[in-house]
Design a protein around this ligand. Sequence first.
Ligand SMILES: *[C@@H]1O[C@H](CO)[C@@H](O)[C@H](O)[C@H]1NC(C)=O
Length: 298
Amino acid sequence: MEGWSLVSLCVLLGLTARWAVSLNPYSGAGKAPLFGDYEAQRHWQEVTCNLPVHQWYFNTTDNDLDYWGLDYPPLTAYHSLLCGHVAKFINPAWVELYASRGFESTAHKLYMRATVLIADIFIYIPAVVSYCLYLVNGSVKKKVATMLCILLYPGLTLIDYGHFQYNGVSLGLTLLGVLGLGLGRDLLGSVAFTLALNYKQMELYHSLPFFCYLLGKCAKQGLTGRGLMQLLKISVTVLVTFALCWLPFLSDPGQLLQVVHRLFPVARGLFEKCLPMPSCTNAAGNVGGIFIAVLVGR
Ligand SMILES: *[C@@H]1O[C@H](CO)[C@@H](O)[C@H](O)[C@H]1NC(C)=O
């Protein structure tokens, strides 16, 4: 019983720290014409809830890709669609096509900040709590101390609630993947990590450990017998999860190629996005690195 009150206390402290940071301005606030990632996310809501799915990743007269064009995988787009519809319900001006560009207001900021907090409440925080309870060895005190360290880790809170991003979603799904593998539920873990990958392609840098761990585990069981069967099961699980995430884009190879081209913009220079705000982009990259360091160093 005492354990649960300590866990609740950790979660409440984590939520309070997040909301306190979110009271500050986001990056690019009031800085026309591009603003910052806050505007990028708002613009993705505008695009996804006003245009048919087949236009989301294409440069059309209604979708100017040079203005924060969608360049994250489909799960981010569906998340934008959901948030966009809720925004439209509250105040259509927040996501009106063209007219809402650069929209800023106190109520809108409250809404955007709330979407980040809700995503954390549903994905990141449960993932951290379960990871600590089930996979951290030692006493309840040690589990709770680890939980507090992860939940109060300032890098992630500053990027998501200060700067403005949704890294908690992809990192939370990745952590659920770690949890699945740690508990021997390899298929569930693979689904969780594939979802993370389909939310933010940056998760690719966590894919090598997942791949090597699963391949090694199968190899141990013998790659000619049981291990091969397990490897096949995992591969099919990953492929089916990918296919479900990409379903609207699978009917037409042109769609598929365009989404891939947007996610990996080799042709337009990989570092194009770093130009307006190199520090933020790099900082976001570091969050993941430190996050893994926390897990490994436990
Ligand atoms: C999108 O189309 C506009 C107008 O035709 C063009 O100026 C712009 O360069 C295009 N952007 C991309 C990313 O293709």
